[in-house]
Design a protein around this ligand. Structure first.
Ligand code: SF4
Ligand code: FES
Length: 533
């Protein structure tokens, strides 16, 4: 392992690591714009130049590999003069619009200007203005804020692969653009917003919605497919404002899909179910939540008493947390020990969407075809519970003897889209049904008892992704008025004290759930590994 000395301090570096990354890993701040560990290294912005003993000129630290015994100076008069000159050059035409810029508060240009820039501009001529451009479905470009770091261009070539962005013109006329008729319209497009170190590329969805310093965040996992992309849910005063990628080298690296990024809209959807209902004389009428839960339990107990064991079912949803699935199984089996467990529909688009580096043709990202986050986890919990089970197809066909005996049960939805087959299967029409869901559907409208439930952003839990990786997620906000976390309902059914507490349930479930840890909410961006492209 090479050792280098930076400003008199000896640090350990990794083989093949660049000086900049070694410094960042060791907690030594070095300004950088064009460098990103997930992209190729053009060394074009020049702000990271440092002095290396034995080399007569300044070298770009982002592109200079470490060498054992290397002595680096980041604060020498030559290095500091370069930082100041680069900052002055970058700010020559930069508009002073921080008060209305979405990036303010998390802008590298602001930070470095404060740290390394001059207090006043020496430019006397008017600034060169460039127009704002709509470059894609989700992304807008404020061209005069751009510092030409080319991160966005490299992303569309090296990760999303469509090469939609390019550099037009030369010199002070240089600007980022799209080709006519070819907008930035791929399913990873908004990653360029995260990559842009200034406020040039912005997500239309977040534009002018909230100042970033008001946002708090919790670690979470994408609800839109089986990929399990790691995310931060960013919220303020009971409202989610945006989703950002959370670095995980084994799952999604630095990137997330646009579907993941905009999935939080479901939490504040105006169609959310928010009133518990019960069926009375053929019509659903509003009822207090506690009454609905008591009547649901009483209805199932009555069925079991009339028809015996094996007359109830629980349809578990692949949107549920593993802990909730576990609790529902305990709850339904406390009424009917032979209750049949069914895994609800697992929607799929058929094929994964795969992205490639346009030059090397290497795979860079994959959006899973399975459009639910936890089919694997619920299957695992069902297996742990044992007893009679059925697949969704077996259940809807209803031909097996143990399914013909079913008289009613508990159905969990929670899907972000209409999840039922077009024709409502006969078994759904038959018998007493309790339905927990977040959006109206044919099944919620025909429920004997309807219990509005919480979205993933309003509860804690664990999902298992397609790699069989168990990942915990944390509630950002409390459940919307009129809704309840499924876990709280099951706690009530099981006569448990207190409120649903995912970590305690995981301990009960034993291995491997007991070993699941919650990612730290205070985590800064993790130290980046060097990625060989
Ligand atoms: S738009 Fe942003 S990411 Fe793209 S080159 Fe300009 S500053 Fe860099
Ligand atoms: S970060 Fe090194 S030259 Fe841009």
């Amino acid at each position: 392992m090479p050792k280098i000395t930076v400003d008199g301090k000896t640090i350990d570096a990794k083989d093949k690591q660049m000086v900049l990354q070694a410094c960042l890993d060791a907690g030594i701040e070095l300004p950088h714009y064009c460098y990103h560990p997930g992209l190729s290294i053009p060394a074009s912005c020049r702000i990271c130049l440092v002095e290396v003993e034995g080399i007569p000129k300044l070298v770009p630290s982002c592109q200079t590999p470490v060498r054992d015994g290397m002595v680096v100076h980041t604060q020498s008069p030559k290095a500091i003069a370069n930082q100041k000159q680069v900052m002055e050059y970058l700010l020559v035409n930069h508009p002073l619009d921080c008060p209305v810029c979405d990036q303010a508060g998390e802008c590298y240009l602001q930070d470095y200007s404060y740290e390394y820039g001059r207090s006043e501009s020496r430019l006397e001529e008017p600034k060169h203005k460039k127009p704002k451009k709509d470059v894609g479905k989700h992304v807008v470009l404020y061209n005069d804020r751009c510092i030409m770091c080319t991160r966005c261009v490299r992303f569309t070539r090296e990760i999303s692969g469509g090469s939609e962005l390019y550099i037009d013109g030369r010199g002070h006329k240089e600007e980022i653009d799209i080709f006519p008729g070819r907008p930035l319209d791929n399913k990873l497009s908004c990653n360029v917003v995260d990559l842009c170190p200034v406020g040039a590329l912005l997500d239309k969805d977040f534009l002018f919605k909230q100042r970033v310093w008001f946002l708090k965040r919790v670690p979470s996992v994408s609800p839109v497919d089986a990929g399990g992309e790691n995310i931060w849910l960013e919220y303020n005063e009971g409202r989610i404002y945006r989703i950002k990628p959370r670095y995980n080298p084994d799952v999604n690296a630095w990137w997330i899909s646009d579907d993941t990024r905009h999935s939080y809209h479901i939490v504040h959807d105006e169609n959310r179910l928010k009133q518990a209902m019960k069926l009375q004389y053929g019509t659903q009428v509003p009822v207090a939540y506690d009454t609905a839960v008591s009547e649901a339990i009483a209805g199932l107990q009555k069925l079991k008493a009339e028809s015996g064991e094996g007359s109830l079912y629980a349809m578990l949803s692949p949107m549920m947390a593993c802990e909730e699935a576990w609790l529902l199984i305990q709850a339904i089996r406390s009424i009917d020990p032979k209750a049949v467990l069914v895994l609800g529909p697992v929607p799929s688009t058929g094929e994964d969407e795969v992205f490639y580096n346009s030059r090397t043709k290497q795979e860079t990202f994959r959006i899973k075809a399975e459009k639910v986050p936890n089919a694997n986890g619920v299957r695992r919990v069902m297996q742990m519970a044992g007893g009679p089970t059925a697949t969704f197809d077996e259940f809807t066909a209803g031909e097996a003897a143990h399914l013909k005996a079913l008289k009613g049960g508990w159905i969990v939805g929670g899907y972000h889209s209409q999840w039922l087959p077009k024709t409502l299967p006969a078994l759904f029409k038959r018998g007493f049904k309790v339905v927990q869901d977040i959006l109206p559907s044919a099944i919620s409208e025909s429920a004997d008892i309807l219990l509005p439930s919480a979205t993933w952003a309003e509860k804690d839990g664990t999902w298992e992704n397609h790699q069989n990786r168990l990942q915990a997620f944390v509630a950002a906000i409390t459940p919307a008025d009129g809704t309840r976390r499924e876990g709280d309902v099951y706690y009530a059914m099981l006569d448990r004290k207190g409120q649903y507490h995912a970590p305690s349930v995981r301990q009960e479930m034993g291995s491997p759930f007991a070993e699941v840890t919650i990612p730290s909410e205070d985590a800064e961006e993790p130290a980046f590994e060097f990625v060989e492209l």
